[in-house]
Design a binder for this molecule. Structure first.
Ligand SMILES: [Zn+2]
Ligand SMILES: [Zn+2]
Length: 472
């Protein structure tokens, strides 16, 4: 009798577990919420064969609200499937930046390595050219200071002395090596994602890092290849030009004795002949990446401290954010003092592309304020906000043992970074605009009463004095 009741329990659990997997995969928030209220332990459920948790499914499909619900229900957000992939890798692979944003806010581990390729989340994002995901992954390492780009591009000689940040930590994330010594820059260059190459270079990606022979993967380009060798194989002219302008060597030979030009010839990338034959006579001035987002670190810190979603009870008498007209203003843009709710400020920093026109005086990486176009470098917290309680997620999650094997059609990843990269090789193109991430216009969504509420309401005195830079 006891055994039967345990079996019944277990079968019932796996049946509801599969219902939760379906809800997470299909984006049915209400169903997922009801199931988790019925049995909170379901958050730790994973499918039998591939050990994908509901978190993996919701991340792979871009259902960021369910991702947050699962994490708040106690799931270990760094849980791996049988390939060693975390939910963050899944979100980066498919370019679901809202999921990446959610996971970053919950402090997901960005350094976990996939078992099969040794790639981290940044490799998955760069491989498919998801620049928004890359900018979110480095949110904790790019300081909200106007001098960042000058420090990185070594233009300001004295600035680094007065504004220090952990450049080593940023470099470690950006230049992380997957199996075979492959970096995110190699993958972005190979797959022709020029915007991603530009962003990675601004973040300090190394142009001299070369691949190594590791025996486990088939390297068709050859060990000892730089990212320019990879760009030459991929055939994207803009990627090659960006790398050359950043100082990539045209004469570097890989282990097969091939220069980037020879690699381009062997892959019949005829359009690259002129670019890779000789150094350009004049030094090309590379503009900063429009995907650099300086205020991101400041707003992520504030969001973690005081929450970013709808407060349980919005206090009456507080003017709502003029963008969403729902949540109360929690932050102010430094410089122009326009106020936003945390969610809208996060959205702005994650989606906006900064102006990279040489005619404007905006520091590279600043985001234009949607009200007055003032270049925002950082946000500060309004002092009236209350801290939220700590979230009850647990570190150690033991997944429940499911007894039913079901097939799910969702694509949860590739077998190898290199195999996918080669499968995706495209014909050479001069301009790569294949980034599928649409950039919704924030300003166009504003309501007619913008002028009234957008005025600065003497907010300077309400602002806290803290200015967010890198952690000491
Ligand atoms: Zn808002
Ligand atoms: Zn403004």
């Amino acid at each position: 009798m006891g055994l039967i009741s345990i079996m019944g329990d277990s079968l019932g659990c796996s049946a509801t577990g599969e219902r939760l997997v379906s809800a997470a995969r299909d984006g049915d928030f209400q169903e997922a919420k009801a199931l988790l209220e019925y049995n909170p332990r379901l958050a730790k459920y994973s499918t039998f064969g591939v050990r994908n948790s509901p978190l993996h499914y919701s991340a792979a499909r871009g259902h960021h609200e369910i991702v947050a619900l699962l994490i708040e229900s106690g799931v270990d957000m760094n849980l791996r499937n049988y390939r060693g992939q975390t939910a963050l890798m899944q979100a980066c692979l498919h370019g679901h930046w809202k999921v990446v944003q959610t996971l970053i806010l919950f402090k997901a581990n960005i350094n976990k390595k996939d078992y099969l390729s040794g790639g981290t989340a940044i490799h998955f994002a760069a491989q498919n050219g998801h620049s928004r995901c890359v900018r979110l992954l480095v949110a904790d390492h790019v300081p909200s200071i106007s001098e960042f780009w000058n420090i990185k591009s070594k233009k300001g000689k004295d600035v680094s002395a007065s504004y220090s940040f952990d450049e080593v930590a940023l470099s470690r994330v950006v230049n992380k090596k997957a199996d075979g010594g492959i970096t995110a820059l190699h993958l972005a260059a190979l797959n022709g994602h020029a915007e991603c190459v530009q962003l990675l270079l601004d973040l300090g990606a190394s142009i001299s890092d070369v691949t190594v022979q590791d025996g486990s993967t088939i390297d068709l380009i050859g060990a000892g290849s730089t990212s320019l060798h990879y760009a030459a194989c991929g055939g994207n002219a803009v990627c090659c030009q960006l790398l050359i302008a950043s100082g990539a060597s045209l004469i570097a030979k890989n282990a097969n004795g091939l220069t980037p030009l020879m690699v381009a010839r062997s892959w019949h990338r005829n359009g690259l002949e002129g670019i890779l034959s000789k150094q350009p006579e004049t030094r090309t001035n590379v503009l900063p990446s429009p995907y650099l987002s300086l205020p991101l670190m400041s707003i992520v810190k504030i969001a973690r401290e005081c929450g970013w979603r709808r407060p349980p009870q919005s206090p009456s008498g507080v003017e709502p954010c003029v963008i969403c007209l729902e949540m109360k203003c929690m932050v102010a843009a430094e410089g122009c003092d326009h106020e936003f709710c945390t969610m809208c400020a996060l959205y702005l920093c994650s989606t906006s592309t900064s102006s990279n026109s040489t005619s404007t005086r905006a520091p590279p990486g600043s985001i234009p304020c949607p009200f007055c176009r003032h270049p925002i470098i950082s946000f500060s917290r309004l002092t009236t906000t209350n801290s939220i309680k700590l979230l009850p997620w647990t570190k150690n999650s033991s997944s429940l043992a499911p007894t039913v094997r079901l097939n799910h059609s969702v694509d949860l990843g590739c077998t190898s970074l290199r195999s996918v990269s080669f499968r995706k090789l495209k014909a050479p193109s001069i301009c790569n605009n294949s980034d599928s991430e649409t950039a919704p216009c924030l300003v166009s969504c504003l309501r007619p009463n913008l002028q009234r509420s957008a005025s600065n309401r003497g907010s300077v005195s309400r602002r806290s004095s803290s200015r967010f830079t890198s952690s000491p």
